[in-house]
Design a protein around this ligand. Structure first.
Ligand code: DGJ
Length: 732
């Protein structure tokens, strides 16, 4: 039983964790415990009460100055309650101030998992050990209800939370902040690990100590963004990769977000996470509901590695829906870095012909196949095939590619509009631009108002039309700028603060419709590389282009950071040319292959321009990936050595769950004269089993699991800059 209710005490258990809350004698829902699995003791005895100067007292506590929401641990703190810490809800019930005050109303539990209309969320299949708890809170005076939703995934140490605000007050309610989760910790000695970045340098791992005051991460860009990621970890000071306690928080949402961690006056920490509220103002009319996106919380008592593996597995089973999650992903070649906008049908067919010879599975036609689009100044929105440029129809192109034994994929950037496009000329009002004012351009393009039903319908119609016109098995869904002013012509002035969220709802509506109509389509997310790499996107796209930076060495850090919160099968990674197009670095083809095999593997170069020796090497890489794809896609992922800490090499490993086989990859990142020896140790094997071990296909000998895990293996000396090797251990 995941959920145990005892009077006013709610205890949620997963395999290794327990979460508890309690309705106190005033009717306030307090948070009493989250951590290592324990019993159903009422942990509210740990809360201390004192008269703290300048902390407000609610009316229900009149006469008792030791009762203040300003220091009590709560499940859903609201602004205006005398709690001056970061809160979850700003709701103006009519007076022009945020004066809502919530008390317990009722609860219900049921088997299975709640879902959220129009929003991505974790799901459960029949029979999964998953339960839902709904707790209804109500304003003490007005009929404003807040429904707190808890999904308990016992097997994965995951608890999801979401919030629905229900307006039964009979008058408009203004919401200017709705956070999806709040977690109050009684301990201040905590670190936060977060993943900052930039275009072509996403998800760099950074660990910092929380301090008195507010640590804040957010994206105001309308997307989850390159700059910050809606996934953070809160860890005890002594937690490392292999041991210690930590909690992961993932927002299942692809728009802007906000995370705050506040250490308060009495050394407690509060963490809140939810949608970006910087520009948010939502009018909730009588009878309406507002649903906030889901946050998925994961507990680990076995370090950061254990946390990541729980998340990988939990997301794989309960968030990613695509049938492709169970199938080997196609090894594809994408023409972007091979040709950019300069291609015709013949150039594409030449690349496809080479790809077929090397046993690749798919050719993906990137940007430039539609409208007038020979550079990035025009054409977006005109989703009509440029047959003149291709020299044939898309149907013919796709058919010829299929005849070669490859399948065909296509790039789209549906959310955008170029001013130089027929669509803009017909519908300038569809762009998010304030009439009569200059637009803010990004990559010389404007953003479509995805909150409009006519825009959503246009995009569905164009996508379906193109999809029906040819045999297309994969779509890369790109998005190449941040939102600046989120303006929608159809909304009055006082409701413009709804546009950012409505944009995301429109985006999800089109993606949902696309997948409903083409359930076997492989959708790859992308936003100028990894600018929208988030749990929300995984609900639609089982893989996401991880970065526009294809340099194998910079990718080590990007992959490392991404692996904390996302399954590596979702990390789309390609081998590209040298010198690298983004940073000019030269790396061996072998290393580029090993690095890209960490995720959904492919190529992004003109295969025809490779030397014969390189082509032979590509064949070996493709063969290796296909041979071990089960390990790479479904194996447990171990970060063996960090590119942020070890300057000499980075290593990672995939091990199958039964300890039958493992593949450990190493990339050297520095060279030394008279170098020190280095050893790597395997993880996830069975100590008592015996393994046949090879290195880059050459037999190394037979070892016990104990030897490989405790003793390890000596690394070969690197023979050139950015050399690499791959060990493979297979049970005898
Ligand atoms: C950004 C993507 O990340 C690239 O891979 C490529 O598709 C370009 N956009 C095309 O404009």
């Amino acid at each position: 039983m995941g959920i145990i209710v005892n009077g006013s005490l709610f205890t949620l258990h997963t395999k290794n964790s327990t979460y508890q809350m309690k309705v106190d004698d005033k009717g306030v829902l307090l948070h009493t415990y989250y951590g290592k699995r324990t019993d159903e003791t009422d942990y509210s005895y740990l809360i201390s009460f004192a008269d703290r100067g300048f902390s407000g007292n609610i009316a229900a506590a009149r006469g008792d100055r030791t009762y203040s929401l300003d220091y009590l641990p709560q499940e859903f703190p609201v602004c205006g309650s005398g709690d001056y810490r970061v809160s979850c809800l700003n709701a103006d019930l009519g007076a022009g101030v945020n004066d809502c005050l919530l008390f317990f109303d009722s609860y219900r539990t049921y088997r299975g998992k709640y879902s959220l209309e129009g929003l991505p969320a974790m799901f459960a299949e029949d029979g999964d050990p998953v339960e839902t708890l709904e707790i209804l809170l109500k304003d003490y005076k007005d009929d404003l209800y807040v429904r707190l939703l808890y999904g308990v995934f016992e097997d994965h140490d995951m608890i999801t939370r979401s919030v629905m605000i229900e307006n039964k007050t009979g008058q408009d309610v203004k919401l200017s902040r709705v956070m999806s989760t709040c977690l109050d910790f009684s301990d201040k000695d905590l670190d936060m690990i977060h993943f900052y970045g930039k275009h072509a340098g996403e998800r760099q791992a950074e660990r910092l100590s929380l301090f008195h005051g507010i640590t804040e991460l957010r994206s105001t860009r309308g997307t989850s963004s390159h700059q910050h990621n809606p996934f953070v970890i809160v860890a005890k000071k002594d937690t490392n990769e292999n041991m210690g306690e930590c909690l992961g928080f993932s927002l299942v949402y692809s728009g802007g977000f906000h995370v705050q961690a506040e250490t308060d006056q009495i050394d407690q920490v509060r963490l809140v996470m939810g949608m970006d509220d910087s520009d948010f103002l939502w009018t909730l009319y009588p009878g309406e509901e507002f649903t906030a996106p889901e946050v998925c919380m994961t507990y680990s008592g076995s370090g950061l590695g254990g946390l990541s593996r729980s998340i990988h597995d939990g997301f794989y089973r309960h968030l990613i829906r695509s049938p492709w999650k169970d199938k080997r992903r196609p090894v594809l070649v994408n023409n972007w870095e091979a040709t950019y906008f300069s291609f015709d049908g013949k150039v594409l067919l030449d690349i496809a012909r080479e790809a077929a010879k090397m046993d690749l599975d798919m050719l993906v036609l990137d940007d430039g196949w539609f409208g007038k689009r020979d550079d990035d100044y025009s054409g977006l929105g005109d989703w009509f095939v440029n047959e003149k440029k291709l020299g044939c129809s898309l149907k013919e192109l796709s058919a010829q590619i299929h005849e070669m034994g490859l399948s065909f994929g296509l790039w789209f950037e549906p959310e955008m509009i170029s001013e130089d496009s027929d669509l803009y000329r017909a519908h300038p009002e569809w762009a998010m631009v304030v009439p009569g004012r200059e637009p803010i351009r990004g990559r010389s393009q404007l953003v479509l108002d995805m909150s409009r039903e006519d825009v959503v319908e246009y995009l569905k119609e164009r996508l379906f039309d193109i999809m029906d016109s040819a045999d297309i098995r994969y779509i890369k869904w790109d998005m190449n700028r941040s939102l600046a002013l989120a303006y929608g012509e159809l909304f009055p002035r006082e409701r413009q603060g709804e546009l950012r969220h409505r944009y995301v709802l429109g985006l999800y509506e089109v993606m949902e419709a696309l997948l409903a109509r083409y359930p076997n389509l492989l959708l790859e997310g992308c936003s100028g590389g990894g600018g929208r790499f988030d749990a929300g996107m995984l609900y639609y796209a089982p893989q996401i282009w991880c970065s526009d930076n294809t340099d194998a060495i910079e990718r080590l850090k990007i992959h490392y950071g991404t692996s904390f919160g996302y399954p590596m099968s979702a990390v789309s990674a390609h081998v590209s040319v040298c010198p690298n197009e983004q940073n000019g670095r030269v790396t061996p083809l072998k290393t580029r292959g090993i690095c890209a095999m960490q995720g959904a593997f492919g190529y992004e170069l003109d295969l025809g321009k490779m030397t014969e020796a390189e082509k032979e090497e590509v064949k070996v890489q493709v063969k290796t990936f296909k041979k071990h794809y089960r390990l790479f896609q479904f194996g447990d992922y171990y970060r063996i050595s960090s590119p942020f800490e070890n300057g000499d090499f980075t290593a990672w490993e995939y091990a199958d769950r039964e300890g039958k086989e493992a593949c450990l990859s190493v990339v050297f990142t520095d060279l030394h004269g008279n170098p020190a020896p280095h050893i790597v140790k395997f993880e996830g094997l069975c100590k008592e089993k015996r393994y046949e071990v090879s290195r880059d296909g050459e037999p190394l000998g037979e070892f016990s699991g104990a030897a490989l895990m405790n003793g390890g293996l000596l690394l070969p000396m690197p023979r050139e800059n950015y050399d690499s090797c791959q060990f493979y251990a297979c049970e005898k």
